[in-house]
Design a protein around this ligand. Structure first.
Ligand SMILES: Nc1ncnc2c1ncn2[C@@H]1O[C@H](COP(=O)(O)OP(=O)(O)OP(=O)(O)O)[C@@H](O)[C@H]1O
Length: 468
């Protein structure tokens, strides 16, 4: 058994070292010595100046990290291994440092010495410059990635004060806190993606990434790699490197799967496994990867229908449908049109000298008369068109009507006398639109409420060009 060194031994080793280093002072620009507890036992004046220590301040006896937060002298003392060349950050500067353990004759570590080379080391300048350049690039890339992966919207970005929207927001808030998969259903342009962002932002995963994939936008042959990534060497040629998939990128956060109804059968099976086991295999690999990801899926399709015709797996549907959010179409919450116009016009570009768009009550009334098959996205487009047509900052009924699309079933042209067939068709269309609105876009329920079969309902949707 080795006897612990006496304080006298330790002092002796360190004194010797300090003597030796004092003679080498031309070769470095600062030095510090710590004991086996990493308490500072000596520091030269030049290092004090580099660290901008007050001359009256006495650091002796303090732990080294108290004056040099990124110091690795503790690691050197603990391992007995030197770190011969390293770059250490101090405030906004970088020091080239060298750290060596101090051992007594038995090889027991008594402390460590750290040297710093700063301005005088011309031969290190190219390395330092390269390091600084790379570090700047890295921080820029990291900042951009963090910005990109952070949610763009919170629940307050979802504009609307109608009772339906209040209820919708409270459901989203509740579901945000349950960590299971969630499904957002609603017609196109109703704000499903916006709500998925908000649900992530309200959840315990808010600090993690939010990664969105539009299943319909990616060619089927690329979907698996996009989702689960690629193992190194899975492909020949240029793409031999490993590539992470969206699942991995969303680790500890949320993966938003838009248009999940368009997911091919083979991928549905893999997604189900990833959901059930929290693991998947990258393409071309035979090892599994574990991830902790919450899935939020969305679709404007009738998924129950897709399950019925067997193009969507029932087990996957039930897995994701536990927390289902129905986003009502805009025509079912016409009261929200006025606040939506205000919010969307805030985002509508205006000329340099303009103060902001104003929308008149008769323009809002005109907008409330439309049935909005494209929902809020369509409203945004109409407002942008109206702003482009307007000759002043005021958008009135006339300019808004000019910007609105003409559709079958919208207000008949003035003076035209509608015939019986057209009147009947208009009434039927309105009944369908109302039934859809009352059932939050659920076609099965809407068909049932009208007392017709689903296939008759679909036929009527097609005939009246209603985007269901
Ligand atoms: N309640 C809302 N408040 C403010 N903006 C909204 C609201 N709903 C939708 N929008 C805006 O409308 C546009 C469409 O929204 P989003 O992409 O979220 O719809 P979606 O239902 O996901 O559409 P799709 O099914 O076509 O993918 C976006 O510009 C979004 O910001």
């Amino acid at each position: 058994m080795t006897t612990p060194p006496s304080p006298a031994d330790t002092d002796h080793t360190i004194e010797h070292a300090v003597d030796a280093f004092s003679q080498l002072r031309d070769y470095f620009e600062g030095a510090i010595v710590v004991d086996s507890q990493t308490r500072i036992t000596w520091i030269d004046t030049r290092y004090r100046q580099l660290l901008k220590l007050d001359p009256a301040f006495d650091p002796l006896g303090l732990h080294v990290e108290e004056i040099i937060p990124h110091s690795l002298l503790r690691r050197v003392v603990e391992t007995g291994q030197p770190i011969l060349l390293d770059i250490m950050n101090f405030d906004d500067r970088q020091f080239v440092v060298c750290r060596i353990p101090l051992k007594d004759d038995d090889g027991t570590v008594q402390g460590a010495v750290g040297f710093v080379f700063y301005d005088n080391v011309n031969y290190l300048a190219p390395i330092l410059e390269k390091f600084e350049h790379l570090q700047r690039q890295l921080s820029r890339a990291q900042a951009a990635l963090t910005r990109e992966r952070k949610t763009k919207y919170s629940l307050s970005s979802f504009v609307g004060f109608s009772d339906t929207v209040k209820e919708l927001k409270s459901v989203v808030r509740r579901f945000a806190l349950r960590d299971g998969a969630a499904l957002i259903l609603g017609e196109t342009g109703t704000g499903k993606e916006l709500l998925a962002h908000a649900m992530h932002q309200q959840s315990d995963r808010a600090d993690g990434p939010f990664v969105a994939v539009n299943v319909a936008a990616i060619p089927e042959s690329l979907l698996e790699a996009e989702f689960f990534g690629v193992a190194p060497g899975a492909f020949t040629g240029a793409d031999r490197k490993a590539r992470p998939g969206k699942f991995e990128l969303a680790h500890s956060g949320t993966l938003f799967l838009d248009e999940i109804g368009d997911m091919p059968a083979a991928l549905q099976a893999k997604l189900l496994r990833a959901l059930q086991e929290g693991e998947f295999e990258p393409l071309g690999s035979n090892t599994v990867k574990k991830v902790d990801v919450r899935i939020i899926a969305a679709t404007s399709q009738d998924l129950e229908d897709r399950v019925a015709d067997k193009s969507f797996r029932a087990d996957l549907y039930y897995r994701i449908a536990v927390l289902t959010v129905h986003v009502p179409p805009l025509r079912a919450r016409l009261d929200d049109i006025a606040p939506l116009c205000d919010a969307l016009l805030e985002q509508t570009p205006r000329g340099a000298k303009q103060h902001g768009w104003i929308i008149t009550p008769d323009a809002v009334e005109a907008l409330q008369g439309h049935d909005w098959p494209g929902n809020v996205r369509e409203l945004r487009n109409v407002l942008e068109r109206a702003a482009a047509l307007a000759t002043s900052e005021t958008l009135d009924g006339t300019v808004v009507r000019r910007a609105m699309p003409r559709r079958v079933g919208t207000s008949p042209p003035p003076h035209a006398q509608p015939d019986l067939a057209a009147t009947k068709a208009g009434a039927e269309r309105q009944a369908i639109v109302d039934a859809l609105a009352a059932s939050n876009g659920q076609k099965t329920a809407a068909a049932a409420s009208l007392g017709i079969s689903r296939s008759q309902f679909y036929e009527k949707l097609r005939r009246h060009s209603i985007d269901g």
